[in-house]
Write a protein that binds this ligand. Structure first.
Ligand SMILES: O=C1C[C@@](O)(C(=O)O)C[C@@H](O)[C@@H]1O
Length: 673
């Protein structure tokens, strides 16, 4: 069993304004304290990687007391042995301490350092997952906030994994998590093997940490950390409530996006976790297996009221005795919604077969299972496909025709969408059609069962039959997705743009949003229209000056965008953080001289190299600029990366379901579509 810690050191709460996408689409500045990385013996490289991901310079120091306000903007590395000297007395308002521990070198993390740090990053050297580090630091510093996006979704689901060892799940994770917005790790169901062939009664913190790390390395979905107690269908012992604090606080330190805190726990434990949650969100959980709980009761109201004090989401799960109690729950849900317009959202379902109707009707963080899981996490759990099937049978999910409109000649894209719809049990048809004649898009929109469309070449945003536009579509000036909202006479079309999101997700795969702040970028394109979504994506990352080749920007995106006018003007600019080419395939080689130039010359930036190259050309090329970029040390992405991320966004917009990036890549083979 895990050794109990003597002292609990709180994570200082992060600044109030930590939402990842604020001011509509801008990345938040987040926590601006000095980042100090504590590293193990021979692990200096992890400090340089943190600095590179954050786009900052670094230096090594021998103590916390030698770090001062002049170090703002620099990542500091302190060896674990040195850090122990004064970590406890560090200036917490000035710096944020992250214990970076390499798993697999034979030693668990030092418990005192783990407890005293603000956060802990567990990693493996081979393979090393840079995107895991990028996500960890972006999240813990408050530069991204998945919760902000998830609470706005009409329906959210999480898969409750029930594996004794997550390693067994890793190869199937892409398929398991189709339709899920988050993955729950049931820590109480983990089984840590001991040398004598038995299992630890409670998995140790080092075992749990490794399991969380393995899961996070393989999924981009937020993680829900759950220690379900024995009274509530779990295996976590209830005799020592402080043990819950120890594990749940560590989950916050590991950067788990959600932490499940059971409501029976002492108030001081729940309060401390809520106050110390940093950027993690607390799911306050109540389960009742007595069979006597009633939704229309002062008890149910009181439980919600108590839960909301220390919960960002309130979860209430019960056993019922008759189907009609599902309707009582629906009435309770509507009352709660009406009386608590500012949240927190309620996730409530009834268990067992009798309660399955409520699992279909719940819209907030519905727990789901998957046929590939060893057991269901709770009686009556349904899969995403079963829930969609039930909704469809009840007339809640009418069958629609969803179109891919463009000049597709091939069928793989149809096969991909059909695969997703099948996997999710959605009743819709996907059809890919040519956009041959003027006006044909409107013709599709007017069809009776039109359920939305994705356009392979975007439409200009001023279509009279698309009355509403997202902010992105309005600013970019083009629509690549037509979303249908409402039914019958209330049906309306919203023009949206998924491409910029795909580009932004690609840019932030290996770098934190802050790495782009105030840095220069270069865009090559044959037209301003093709470049608009790139500019929007870069602006959302607070990029500095943008230089252009091949076009001039117009309209709302033209601010601080300047065309290169001569070789001299190229030579004068600071090293760009990113070069992005939207040139057609036969011209994409024109990026190569710039890549070469900025690999060897160019005014260096004080913030390290951070060389990102993206080539959005789709089709055969005379030479491959990606290969040139990689040779010159640029982190490179091709059109398949950006398209896969865009597809994730397109599916979210069209059918409201989350299909992970890794599944899109997996299902579409090597070349996308
Ligand atoms: O709280 C819940 C809901 C659940 O109990 C269910 O009923 O589906 C399953 C659990 O894994 C999860 O933590």
């Amino acid at each position: 069993m895990a050794t109990k810690q003597q002292q609990f050191v709180p994570t200082p709460s992060s600044p109030a304004n930590t939402s990842g996408i604020i001011n509509r689409s801008k990345a938040a500045a987040g926590d601006t304290r000095i980042v100090v990385i504590i590293f193990g013996q021979g692990q200096e490289r992890i400090v340089t990687t943190f600095a590179d991901v954050l786009g900052k310079p670094y230096r090594f120091a021998s103590s916390f007391s030698s770090v001062g306000s002049e170090d703002h903007g620099t990542v500091i590395g302190i060896a674990a042995g040195d850090a122990k000297g004064d970590i406890v007395s560090r200036d917490r308002a000035l710096m944020i301490a992250i214990n970076a521990h390499c798993v697999g070198l034979g030693m668990p993390p030092d418990l005192d350092l783990s407890a005293a740090s603000d956060y802990e990053f567990l990693y493996t050297e081979a393979p090393f997952f840079r995107r895991d580090l990028s996500r960890f630091i972006s999240f813990t510093l408050g530069q991204i906030s998945p919760h902000e996006a998830l609470i706005k979704k009409a329906r959210t689901y999480f898969i409750s994994t029930t594996f004794p060892d997550v390693r067994t799940a890793l190869s199937n994770l892409d398929i398991l998590s189709v339709g899920s917005d988050a993955v729950e790790i049931r820590v109480d169901l983990l089984k840590e093997p001991l040398t004598d062939g038995t299992f630890n009664s409670v998995p140790s913190l080092s075992y749990v940490g490794e399991q969380v790390m393995l899961l996070r390395q393989r999924t981009e979905l937020p993680i829900i950390f759950t220690t379900r107690c024995t009274r509530e269908n779990g295996r976590f012992p209830m005799d020592d409530p402080d043990l819950y604090y120890e594990y749940l606080y560590r989950a916050i330190q590991w950067g788990c996006e959600y932490v499940d805190v059971e409501i029976w726990l002492r108030e001081d434990i729940r309060r401390r976790l809520f106050e110390q949650r940093g950027n993690s969100r607390i799911i306050s959980a109540f389960h009742d297996f007595s069979g006597t709980f009633k939704w229309p009761s002062p008890q149910a109201q009181a439980i919600f009221a108590d839960s909301r004090r220390y919960g960002d989401i309130v979860k209430m799960i019960t056993i019922i005795n008759s189907v009609s109690e599902n309707y009582e729950l629906e009435y309770f849900r509507s009352q709660i919604k009406a009386n608590n317009p500012d949240g927190p959202p309620l996730s409530a379902v009834n268990m067992d077969q009798l309660g399955q109707l409520s699992r279909a009707l719940n819209t907030v963080f519905s727990p789901i299972t998957h046929p590939l899981l060893p057991i269901v996490a709770a009686p009556g759990q349904l899969s995403a496909a079963e829930i969609n099937g039930a909704l469809s049978t009840m007339g809640q999910l009418p069958k629609k025709n969803i179109y891919g409109i463009g000049s597709f000649r091939s069928t793989p894209q149809v096969a991909f969408f059909e695969k997703c719809f099948n996997e999710l049990g959605l009743p819709h048809n996907f059809m890919s059609v040519d956009r041959a004649v003027k006006g044909s898009v409107e013709t599709f929109c007017l069809q009776h069962e039109f359920g939305g469309a994705y356009l392979s070449s975007p439409l200009s945003a001023d279509q009279p039959y698309i009355p509403e536009l997202s902010d992105a579509a309005k600013t970019i000036g083009s629509i690549d997705t037509i979303v249908v909202r409402g039914e019958g006479a209330n049906t309306t079309f919203i023009g949206d743009n998924a491409t910029w999101k795909g580009i932004r997700s690609t840019l932030t795969r290996d770098f934190a949003p802050s790495a782009y702040k105030d840095r220069a970028a270069i865009i090559l394109s044959s037209s301003g229209d093709d470049a608009a979504s790139i500019i929007f994506a870069l602006r959302s990352l607070n990029i500095g000056k943008i230089y252009t080749v091949g076009f001039k920007a117009h309209g709302p995106l033209a601010f601080d965008v300047e065309p290169f006018t001569s070789i001299e003007s190229v030579q004068r600019v600071e090293h760009p953080f990113a070069i992005i080419s939207a040139l057609p395939p036969l011209k994409s080689h024109l990026a190569q001289p710039l890549l070469r130039h900025f690999s060897h010359t160019g005014r260096p930036s004080p913030c390290g190299q951070g060389k990102v190259f993206m080539d959005l050309a789709n089709g055969p090329r005379s030479t491959d600029p990606l290969a040139v970029a990689e040779q010159c040390g640029w982190t490179s992405y091709g059109v398949a990366d950006a398209t896969a991320f865009t597809t994730v966004e397109t599916l979210r917009l069209l059918v409201g379901q989350n299909v992970p990036y890794s599944f899109v890549r997996l299902a579409s083979g090597r070349g996308l579509y």
